[in-house]
Design a protein around this ligand. Structure first.
Ligand code: PEP
Ligand code: MG
Length: 759
């Protein structure tokens, strides 16, 4: 029986917990003491702690009130029972009549049938659910919001104890444990095979103290850190205001101001202060509010609100840095195994680059599609990536052996011996194949019947350019200028941009580079440029549309490109052109910048070639007019196909619904190439499909002679070309274009097999 008849409030409760922890003992002893204190403090008959164990099982590790022999015996899967539901959603559940809840799973060994009301909260640390903390009462009572808050607060203490502790489930009850092989299914983000040791990506350092000795001094600390952070943001605003270019273009400054305003968000600050007043240290309070933000984020679908919650998440990290004076080490300094398979819930592109890239072998993400920024960086690093593996953080333990099959979008954790053997065989033959591709590096990219096909790389990062030489590519067919913008913390100024583009020329040596002007919006967001809410971002305010509405951004970029290419040839193209008038407007901006440079006697490129990207079907119907104006055309098949089929490329539920080898796509492309040839305008294709050997074969079959692709794909495509007879292939592909089929993939594959074409 409890000897306290009213609950004590979180501050007092935390004080009791602190004293109990100070008495030392094993993790188990301290956990038992904690459960008892929480039950008393919250006037509950039961308090239980479930801890996540390998194999994603929530094991009852301590209880006050339930039958003691249920400890370690009662185990629930994630999503199983109320406890599993809390873990799955990382959010609390308060029920007056728990047994009538559809998720209730009765466990007779606990003797819980006499308890009716139930309150449970997740035990979260660094975004990872480590367990669930529950209280139960016999009577049917409605827990107040304050009680939920209190339990969440004490869960911060439990999180630190569990994370740093050594709870050991007895062997006979340990279940399948962490030797059980697990197959993780996700989606392919980047192909390839790799094996290594799991490293879990966690942001931020552990919090060493959760319970405040003196809440008043913690309030002072947080106030100091807040103003430090706000001053830092202010000085960023000032610096930006002093930047004439940025001020003229307006947006970057607006964005920073908006971010600064969020930092002033009274609701957010109030919640942190309340958490401190309830007895947490400043760090633990920020982390607690961050956990709440994350839990909300998982439920919010509205893109604008999600962005705002992401901003708050980011601000929490900044605040934590100010609290610890930046003393926390980044991941880059952690000792890493030789072969790292990085496992992350989500991560930014710069965070990935923090890791020692010589050790990175593969990446597995809970979230993330092929178009996400981190995926773009991972592709540049040429490592296999599997995305969309729901709940991956709970399924992999640090140090687990992991095999990653990027081609099929699966990973094998703790693989069985048989699997190890067969995977090793696959890995060897894959490596052999890569060596064969590498050996074709110096072969001319010419088909068997002597038709040259120019193979170029797509690039966006410095590291991409490193692959130019080793792949033997002819140049850069698509340089995505937005990528460096995406990984910068601020809008790059004129000098920075000029430097960036000069570096690209230097690295490309004499090979041509096609610069695509900023293609932001859609799934590519700049941290400092708020685009606003778009119901349908892929069709929203993006790419050339932003550039034409906010010409200062494009003009600044063109100015940098002109400077960087002085004395050389500049090739530049505009993304997402939907009609000729847009191309004319963009080109007029370019010409204006050229005149400006001339009037100032600034050195200019020797030659300027201006192109357009064919990504929007409407442009097809103005091709004759466009071809009179452009120096070249490049088909962006990623966007083009999504618009042809009205099918969002970033949505895994529909992105596989249509095949890029559908008759409609090939017929469309055939028409584009035909018109370009007639007009004598060079045409290339630079979407992902150019990098798949079978697709590349089909593209050559509809007439393309310039293909631009991720650098890692060049070898395989050149290899495929060796046995290709283009004249015959063109005849065959032409005969398929009128087919009623969903896809021509099988027909093309059979053709390749029958003609000894190596895919
Ligand atoms: C495309 O759409 O095919 C393309 C190359 O552009 P991005 O993938 O950068 O949108
Ligand atoms: Mg595109």
């Amino acid at each position: 029986m409890t000897d306290v008849t009213h609950w004590v409030g979180s501050r007092q409760l935390l004080r009791r917990l602190r004293d109990a922890m100070a008495r030392g003992g094993t993790t188990q002893e301290r956990l038992d003491r904690i459960a008892e204190i929480i039950a008393r403090g919250m006037v509950a008959e039961v308090c239980s702690v479930y801890v996540m164990q390998p194999g994603e099982r929530l094991v009852l590790c301590s209880t006050e009130g339930l039958r003691k022999d249920a400890v370690y015996r009662t185990q629930l899967g994630v999503n199983e029972g109320l406890v599993g539901t809390i873990a799955a959603h990382a959010s609390p559940l308060a029920l007056a009549d728990a047994q009538s809840h559809p998720q209730f799973a009765y466990r007779p060994e606990t003797g819980e049938e006499i308890y009716h009301s139930f309150l449970g909260v997740p035990v979260v640390r660094s975004g990872r659910v480590l367990g669930v903390l529950t209280i139960q009462n016999m009577t049917q009572r409605n827990y107040t919001e304050e009680e939920v808050e209190t339990l969440e607060t004490v869960a911060m203490v439990v999180a630190e104890l569990v994370a740093g502790g050594d709870l050991s489930v007895p062997d006979e009850l340990a279940g399948p444990g962490n030797s059980t092989p697990v197959r993780l299914e996700g989606t392919r983000i980047n192909g390839g095979l790799a094996r290594g040791v799991a490293v879990l990506h966690e942001r931020g350092a552990p919090i060493s103290q959760t319970i405040a000795e003196d809440p008043d001094s913690e309030l002072e600390r947080i106030a100091e850190a807040m103003s430090g952070m706000q001053l830092a943001l202010d000085s960023m605003v000032d610096r930006m205001s002093g930047d004439a270019q940025a001020t003229r273009s307006g947006e970057p400054l607006d964005i920073l101001r908006a971010f600064r305003m969020i930092a002033d968000d009274h609701g957010w600050i109030r919640r942190i202060r309340e958490a401190i007043q309830s007895g947490l240290t400043a760090e633990a309070a920020v982390a607690k509010v961050q956990n709440d933000t994350r839990a909300r984020m998982s439920q919010v679908r509205d893109p604008y609100l999600r962005e705002r919650l992401l901003d708050l998440d980011d601000l929490a990290y900044r605040l934590l840095q100010h609290l610890t004076h930046g003393a926390q080490g980044g991941n880059g300094v952690l000792p890493l195994p030789e072969d790292v398979v990085l496992v992350a819930r989500s991560m930014g592109p710069v965070e990935l680059l923090d890791y020692d890239r010589t050790r990175l072998r593969a990446l597995i993400l809970d979230e993330g599609t092929a178009a996400s920024h981190v995926a773009i960086v991972a592709k540049a690093l040429d490592i296999p990536v599997v995305g969309n593996v729901r709940g991956v953080i709970g399924k992999v333990e640090p140090g687990d052996a992991v095999f990653v099959d990027g081609d099929n979008g699966v990973a094998y954790v703790r693989p069985s011996e048989d699997l190890q053997k067969s995977f090793t065989d696959s890995l060897q033959s894959w490596e052999k194949k890569r060596a064969e591709y590498a050996a074709t590096r110096d072969l001319p990219a010419v088909t068997r019947d002597g038709q040259p096909v120019s193979l170029m790389i797509n690039a966006g990062l410095d590291i991409d350019l490193d692959h130019l030489e080793e792949s033997g590519a002819d140049g850069v067919g698509l340089y995505r200028t937005e990528i460096p913008f995406m990984i910068h913390a601020q809008f790059p100024r004129l000098t920075k941009q000029t430097e960036l583009y000069r570096d690209i020329y230097d690295k490309a040596e004499d090979r041509p580079v096609v610069f695509r002007t900023l293609d932001i919006g859609g799934d590519k967001l700049l941290p400092y440029l708020r685009i606003g809410e778009d119901q349908n971002p892929a069709m929203g305010w993006r790419a050339l549309r932003i550039a034409l509405d906010r010409p200062a951004i494009l003009r600044l970029q063109i100015r940098a490109l002109l400077r960087a290419s002085a004395g050389r040839e500049l090739r530049v193209m505009f993304p997402l052109v939907a009609e000729v008038a847009e191309f004319d407007d963009a080109k007029a901006l370019l010409e204006h910048e050229v005149e400006r440079a001339k009037s100032r006697d600034n050195p200019l490129p020797d030659q300027i070639r201006v192109g357009a990207m064919m990504e929007v079907p409407s442009l097809y119907f103005q091709l004759p007019q466009l071809l009179e104006r452009v120096d070249f055309l490049s088909v962006g098949s990623n966007d083009l196909v999504q618009f042809l089929f009205a099918c969002d490329r970033g949505n895994p539920r529909v992105s596989d619904r249509y095949d890029v080898l559908a008759p409609a796509v090939l017929k469309f492309l055939h028409g584009v190439v035909g018109q370009c040839r007639g007009a004598g305008v060079p045409v290339s294709l630079c979407g992902e499909m150019a990098g798949q050997p079978l697709e590349a074969m089909a593209l050559i079959g509809v007439g393309f002679r310039i293909l631009s692709m991720p650098s890692g794909a060049i070898g395989a495509v050149r290899h495929m070309m060796q046995n290709l007879d283009v004249t015959e292939l063109e005849g065959y592909v032409g005969s398929l274009l009128g087919a009623p089929d969903h896809s021509l993939r099988e027909a093309l594959r059979t053709y390749a097999e029958n003609h000894g074409i190596l895919l």
